[in-house]
Design a protein around this ligand. Structure first.
Ligand code: PLP
Length: 393
C-alpha cells in the first residue's frame, strides 16, 4: 500500500514537542504566561491591538456574537459555503442565520447579494460573519460599508486565513474593516494547537468583554467591580472576585498555546510552501478542459488553506463519488468543502433551501478539495497530479 495522502495535515517538529514538554515540566498548565505570549504574538503578526485565545474558534464565534449583542429576533448574515459553526453561532445566541449567496470567482459572500439581503430584510441584522473561504479574503471594504449602513457588527471568520492579506495589503486579522476577526488552530488549519481559537480586535471594550466571557463572566478587578465589596480601607481584598454576567469556561491551556506559539514561528515557511504547491497545481491543470482551479484571481492574497477544483462531472462521465473512490484506491483522500450549510437537516427543518443560493449550490455540485499541506512532497503532489490528469483529462 502506498502512503496515504490526505487533503490536509498538520506538521509537528522537535521544536514543537520541546515547547510542549517545557510547559509540562516547568510551567502552569493553564492560565499562565503562554496564553498571553501566544495572544501577543498573533496580535503582532496580524497587526491588531488585542487578541484573546480560547478553547476553539467555535467557542470564539459564540462569544463574538454575544459581544456583538446578538440575541433573540436578531439575524446574523453569513455564507452558505462554510463550516456549520459560522452559522451555528447565531443559533447559540437564540438568533437566526440569514444566508447570502457566494460570488462565483472568490467563492466568498457576494457583496451584491449581501446588499440585496440587507435592503430586503426588515429584521435586524445584528452581525455579519464573512468567511475567508479557503484562505481567499472577502471584499471587506464593501462588506464593511454595507454593515455600517445598517449598523451591524462585522465578525470575520478567518479560520482559513491566518497569513492572508486584503487587497490593500494589510493582514487579515488587523480588523481595519471589522470589529473582530477569529482564527482556528485545529490541526487541519494553518497552524495547530490541538484545538484552539483566537479573536483579534482593536477595540478595548470588546477585548475586555471577551476576557470576561471566556472565564465564567468573572472579574477580579475591572471598572465595573463593586468597590465596597472588593476593597477594605482602599486595599483590594485578596479573596474577592465577582461574577458580573453569565460566562463560560472557554479557556485554552498553556500546553496548547505553547504549541501554537511554536507553530506560529513556522507559519511563513508553511505559507511559502503552500503557495509553491498551489502554483504547481495551477500550472499542471491549466490545460485541462473539464477541470477548473478556483479563486485564481486571488492567489497573491490567499493563505492557501485549501486547493479547490471544480469539475464538470457530466463531461467526464464519472460521478464525484466514483472519482473520489478512484483517488482513494491510489491513496489520495480528497474532500468536499463544503456541503452548503442550508442543506443540513437542522437548517432544512428551519426552512432553509439551498436552491435559494444558486451559485453556492452549483459550486457544491462541482467542488473537490485535493491535497494541500506543508509536508506534501513534490513526489506525492506529482502522484496526485498525474492521477487526476489521467482520470479527468
Ligand atoms: C474550522 C472552522 C471553524 C471552527 O473552528 P474550530 O476551532 O474547529 O472550532 C469555523 N469556521 C470555519 C470556516 C472553519 O473552517
Amino acid at each position: 500500500m502506498k502512503n496515504l495522502i490526505p487533503y490536509g495535515k498538520h506538521y509537528i517538529d522537535e521544536e514543537d514537542i520541546e515547547a510542549v514538554v517545557d510547559v509540562l515540566r516547568h510551567k502552569n498548565l493553564t492560565q499562565g504566561r503562554m496564553v498571553n505570549e501566544f495572544e501577543e504574538s498573533v496580535a503582532k503578526f496580524v497587526g491588531a491591538k488585542y487578541a484573546v485565545a480560547m478553547s476553539s474558534w467555535t467557542a470564539g464565534l459564540h462569544m463574538a456574537c454575544l459581544v456583538a449583542g446578538v440575541k433573540e429576533n436578531h439575524l446574523v448574515a453569513t455564507s452558505p459555503i462554510t463550516f456549520v459553526a459560522s452559522a451555528n453561532a447565531a443559533k447559540f445566541c437564540q438568533a437566526d442565520p440569514i444566508f447570502c449567496d457566494i460570488d462565483r470567482l472568490s467563492l466568498n459572500i457576494s457583496p451584491i447579494q449581501l446588499q440585496a439581503v440587507v435592503r430586503n430584510t426588515p429584521d435586524k441584522i445584528q452581525a455579519i460573519i464573512p468567511v475567508h473561504f479557503a484562505g481567499t479574503p472577502c471584499d471587506m471594504k464593501s462588506i464593511h460599508s454595507i454593515a455600517r449602513e445598517v449598523d451591524s457588527y462585522v465578525i470575520e471568520d478567518a479560520a482559513h486565513a491566518l497569513g492572508a492579506k486584503y487587497s490593500d495589503g494589510s493582514m487579515v486579522g488587523s480588523c481595519g474593516y471589522s470589529d473582530m476577526t477569529g482564527f482556528s488552530f485545529h490541526p487541519v488549519k494553518s497552524i495547530a494547537a490541538g484545538e484552539g481559537g483566537m479573536i483579534t480586535t482593536n477595540n478595548k471594550d470588546i477585548y475586555e468583554k471577551l476576557l470576561k466571557l471566556r472565564s465564567h463572566g468573572i472579574s477580579k478587578s475591572d471598572k465595573h467591580i463593586n468597590h465596597s465589596s472588593a476593597y477594605t480601607n482602599e486595599i483590594q481584598n485578596p479573596w474577592y472576585y465577582e461574577m458580573q454576567e453569565l460566562g463560560f469556561n472557554y479557556r485554552i491551556t498553556d500546553i496548547q498555546c505553547a504549541l501554537g506559539l511554536s507553530q506560529l514561528k513556522k507559519l511563513p515557511k508553511f505559507l511559502a510552501r503552500r503557495r509553491d504547491l498551489v502554483t504547481q497545481y495551477d500550472n499542471a491543470f491549466s490545460h485541462l478542459k473539464n477541470l477548473t482551479p478556483t479563486q485564481l484571481a486571488y492567489r497573491n492574497q490567499s493563505s492557501h488553506h485549501l486547493y479547490v477544483i471544480r469539475i464538470n462531472f457530466d463531461a467526464i462521465v464519472m460521478s464525484r463519488a466514483e472519482l473520489m473512490g478512484e483517488l482513494r484506491k491510489e491513496g489520495v483522500l480528497a474532500q468536499v468543502h463544503y456541503i452548503p450549510v442550508t442543506s443540513h437537516p437542522y437548517y432544512q427543518e428551519l426552512g432553509f433551501d439551498s436552491a435559494d443560493y444558486p451559485e453556492a449550490l452549483k459550486y457544491y455540485e462541482e467542488a473537490l478539495s485535493i491535497p494541500l499541506y506543508y509536508s506534501l512532497t513534490n513526489e506525492d503532489q506529482d502522484r496526485v497530479i498525474s492521477l487526476i490528469t489521467k482520470l479527468i483529462g
